[in-house]
Design a protein around this ligand. Structure first.
Ligand code: ADP
Ligand code: MG
Length: 325
């Protein structure tokens, strides 16, 4: 029902950035190689995501807007081996219950266009046939004034969108991303690069020259990424990004482990910039913690944390052996 969707929208669609996250994750799940995000007025007026992914079959388009209609899990045990980013089937119904949504999609042959207003289908027709999906969300939260009131300033909401897109781009250097806000380009990645190239696109080459690679591996866990030298810090932990099995996640113990790797080299209240990719057996990860799936639990947390801290200590020790150029 529309009401149930609005209730779950409260959890899934907290702010414009959550919409961007859900739409881009859908594009990633659909094997896109290019994802272009356009924003107007911090996402309240418009959020547009264009991808070149698999598309949705005409017969499945309406199903995609039904609650818990996910094409990504077929058996309950799949929940414990989640590999795709989305799996709850809540995003499209939730978003469409609190906005106007136009979705245009094609699997390569004939395409389909649907339009939802406040959770109701108002139009469906055949559409152009380029393979991929375009979703346009407009008038976000037009029917939930309480949600609108709770939002932060337009600049803060925009920076949250920018943050999310940056992190998704970092987790997927093989996909070319762009983010344009009110005609201003905030990010463009090549899709041919490694993590370092994406970091350069986000922070600039000068900043990235102060970031160093780290690496650690056991038979069942691998850790790699880039972390800043102690001279390059920020006043918040937010610049520490964790990518677990291709998914950007939040995990306090592992964030702490990154900071601990620096020991006393960080000034009080200062934090490094870090992007760390962690690969473990999906059976060790519990992603089913919260609807937005960012906070995860990992059964090997202490072990992974130890590897992280140690890899950073090693990198810092090696730096001291290299004479200044
Ligand atoms: P979930 O991602 O949890 O499955 P969503 O509500 O986000 O649920 O999406 C519902 C379904 O719509 C997905 O399972 C997928 O089949 C389809 N879908 C949504 N967005 C796209 C897209 N950009 N490309 C291809 N399929 C999509
Ligand atoms: Mg999804």
């Amino acid at each position: 029902t529309i009401l149930a969707n609005q209730i779950s929208a409260g959890e899934v669609v907290e702010r414009p950035a959550s919409v961007v996250k859900e739409l881009v994750e859908n594009s990633l799940d659909a094997h896109s190689t290019e994802i272009d995000v356009t924003i107007e007025n911090s996402g309240l007026k418009l959020i547009k995501v264009v991808d070149d992914g698999d598309g949705i079959e005409s017969s499945q388009v309406q199903t995609a807007f039904l609650r818990h209609a996910t094409s990504k899990i077929t058996e309950q045990r799949d929940l414990f081996r989640v590999r795709t980013l989305g799996f709850r089937g809540e995003a499209l119904p939730s978003i469409s219950s609190v906005a106007n949504v136009l979705l245009k999609t094609s699997t390569g042959s004939v395409g389909t266009q649907v339009e939802y207003k406040g959770g109701k289908l108002v139009a469906q027709k055949a559409a152009e046939s380029r393979k991929g999906t375009t979703v346009i969300v407009s008038s976000l939260f037009y029917n939930t004034p309480a949600r609108l009131k709770y939002l932060s300033s337009p600049n803060t909401e925009l920076s949250k969108i920018s943050d999310i897109v940056n992190r998704l781009a970092l987790s997927h250097p093989e996909v070319s991303f762009s983010l344009v806000s009110n005609d201003r380009e905030l990010l463009r990645t090549s899709g041919r690069g490694d993590m370092l190239q994406v970091l350069g696109a986000i922070y600039g080459v000068k900043t990235v020259s102060k970031m160093k690679p780290i690496k650690a591996k056991t038979p069942d866990i691998s850790v790699s990424g880039y972390v800043s030298l102690p001279e390059l810090t920020r006043s918040s932990r937010n610049y520490i990004s964790l990518i677990l099995n291709g998914r950007y996640v939040r995990n306090f113990p592992l964030t702490k482990a990154v900071i601990n790797g620096y020991g006393s080299k960080l000034m009080i209240g200062r934090f490094p910039i870090a992007v760390v990719k962690i690969t473990v057996d999906p059976a060790l990860v519990d992603v089913n913690v919260h609807p937005t799936k960012q906070e995860v639990r990992i059964s090997e947390e202490p072990k992974i944390g130890g590897m992280l801290s140690e890899a950073i200590r090693t990198m810092l020790a090696n730096q001291q052996l290299i004479p200044d150029a």
